[in-house]
Design a binder for this molecule. Sequence first.
Ligand SMILES: Nc1nc2c(c(=O)[nH]1)N[C@H]1C(S)=C(S)[C@@H](COP(=O)(O)OP(=O)(O)OC[C@H]3O[C@@H](n4cnc5c(=O)[nH]c(N)nc54)[C@H](O)[C@@H]3O)O[C@H]1N2
Ligand SMILES: Nc1nc2c(c(=O)[nH]1)N[C@H]1C(S)=C(S)[C@@H](COP(=O)(O)OP(=O)(O)OC[C@H]3O[C@@H](n4cnc5c(=O)[nH]c(N)nc54)[C@H](O)[C@@H]3O)O[C@H]1N2
Ligand SMILES: [Mo]
Length: 636
Amino acid sequence: MKFSACMRDCYDTCSIISKIEDGNLKIIGNPEHPVTSGFLCPKGNLMPKWAASKDRLRVPLIRVGERGVPDFKEISWDEALNITISKIKETMKKFGSDKILAYEFSGDRGIINHYFPLRFFNYINASLLDHAICDRAGHEALLDIYGTSVGIDPEDLKKYKLLVYWGINPVWTNLHGFNLAKKYGLELWVVDPVKTATAKRAHRHFPVKAGTDTLFALAVARVMVEEELYDKEFVSKNIAGFEEFKNYVLKISLEYAESETGINKQEIVDFARKFFERRGIIHLGYGFQKSFEGGEAVRAISLLPALVGHRIGFLYDIKVGIDINYVSGTFLRTKEMRLIPQMLLHEYLRRDEIKFLFVYNANPLASYPDQNKLRKILKEKDVFIVVHELFLTDTALYADIIFPANTFFERFDIVDSFFHPYILLNEKIMEIAGVSNYELSVLLAKRMGIKNEFLYQSEERIAENILNKLGFSLDQLRDKGFIKIALRPAIKTKSGKIEFYSHRALSRGLPPFPVYREQPEGKKLRLLSPTYQMTISSQYHNIYKKVDTFLYMNPQDAARRGIREGDCVEVFNEMGKIRTKIRITKDIPPGVVLMYKAFWPSLLGWNVNFLTNSEVNKDYGNASVFHSTWVDVRKV
Ligand SMILES: Nc1nc2c(c(=O)[nH]1)N[C@H]1C(S)=C(S)[C@@H](COP(=O)(O)OP(=O)(O)OC[C@H]3O[C@@H](n4cnc5c(=O)[nH]c(N)nc54)[C@H](O)[C@@H]3O)O[C@H]1N2
Ligand SMILES: Nc1nc2c(c(=O)[nH]1)N[C@H]1C(S)=C(S)[C@@H](COP(=O)(O)OP(=O)(O)OC[C@H]3O[C@@H](n4cnc5c(=O)[nH]c(N)nc54)[C@H](O)[C@@H]3O)O[C@H]1N2
Ligand SMILES: [Mo]
């Protein structure tokens, strides 16, 4: 029996008990863990099949055909390492080390296997990625108001009565969190244009029109201010700029809010009254903030829990203080770090600013927006691509060299969570194929002839050092497979107050209060592409093959286009077109269509990201804007 930890990019980060029975891996949720105990989610249960899949890559490969087609030849580890290192050296000499980019993200959240390889890239002064595909806009928005995006410890949910799930679908993405809130008896509301699995199980659903959350939240704030539904003592002590805010929101017309948001005036008033009465808190989703409106929306929504008297009344992120700079070795650099904004990858490639791309823990040729553009650039440009992967993904199909990776069941690591303040242990329980991210970076460093000891520090030593800095030891972690780090969520603005009037926003050229901007005129249907229950981003599609590829549409929009249930349709915009089948349902509001995110194009011939917008939200850290995508649909 060993302790494992689910390393997926998921709120829950489950502690797992693993064993080998009759040669097969068996996993169950660690019953001792207070947050993730009792069960694994449906996609988590796919993991033994995922790890044992016969499709796992087993040997290094070199491309012999065109980029994008499965035309590769086996080569030895020796050859693969030699080619990679000589290309790295050539790139450094010809173009400079900053033309090398390590593109990594959410494939495996293990602290060592995510960050240790960056020691190698920092040592050679390569460029690194400024992550912005996921939670960026909301993070920036919370910094504007609170100076931190670290919210409530989920075990403290028991102190509250009402939780609003805003732009998040926890029944699919945060099932342990949802169950915990249920167990503690909280009243649950959902704000989401779509009647999601969560909306169906919640006490109330506010089907706000997509992109209008800022106005909805400001309208609720107006009612609270007007009816004096706020904690006066708390507000006067802890909120900066409240008087100005009062004047600002009193100008918001409820009639206008009703017409824009689709939520009627009485519902807005009722939201405000009950939210105050029950002193509500809000779980701000990662899903909904990936749009042009997302940053402003998070800013506006995050004010509501402060009005009822919570210093930190939101859930968004948790950070237990792991020293990531130490693990990723930023101190090893001798040249200043060039950070490449993640959502401008295509732009940097186009400008020949990247000549060598090393991809691990990521599948951008499934997860990245505007696939046609990215693929075209990668085909046209002279860029050498190395991919470290478990499977022959779309991204691997574009590689010059592929190294086989292993799964977290095949190595040691520790991991934190962005939902609960625990660190989990992950022990090696088996060996199937490939090498870990840690091992590959050691192999690269050796082949490069690097002598620096930090590039060879053992995994246990790194874990021990991380834990020691937090006041724990690895032995303590070995005891139950997890330890809890005490969190002290605190306001971290310069003034020490919750800055309703945001100086930080002002310093970026934004208005001090959140502003609602009307939807662009003349656009067709807004395409939402949220998460799917059985995959995690692009992962497990090749394991759970029956993924849901329908385009979901409201009956009104279907009737207008003469589309009937089961019809085959073409979904199109200026970026591309795809063909799929339609599902007509009132769960989707008029004006919106929905398709689940990031399946494998190589298995379907397409995915939703052939249509999604690759612009960035410049006001909020160059964040992704997947949900600011407009399409039209016709029957074929
Ligand atoms: N349309 C649309 N697209 C989206 C989103 C959306 O809402 N809509 N959401 C976005 C969000 S929130 C995110 S976080 C991104 C995620 O995008 P990515 O970070 O690209 O994540 P994945 O698609 O899961 O790809 C991870 C890859 O890592 C590989 N992998 C797993 N374990 C390991 C390992 O140990 N070592 C190595 N070397 N590789 C490993 C997996 O096989 C997989 O191919 O997608 C974004 N894409
Ligand atoms: N099963 C599963 N779990 C996952 C993932 C997965 O792929 N599958 N991915 C993981 C990752 S990388 C992430 S970032 C998280 C994301 O987890 P969630 O935050 O739950 O994200 P999504 O499902 O993308 O989006 C949540 C909801 O936002 C709604 N939404 C879209 N636009 C708007 C809007 O304008 N206003 C409002 N109020 N709502 C809107 C969508 O309808 C959707 O129901 O989940 C993680 N967990
Ligand atoms: Mo994400």
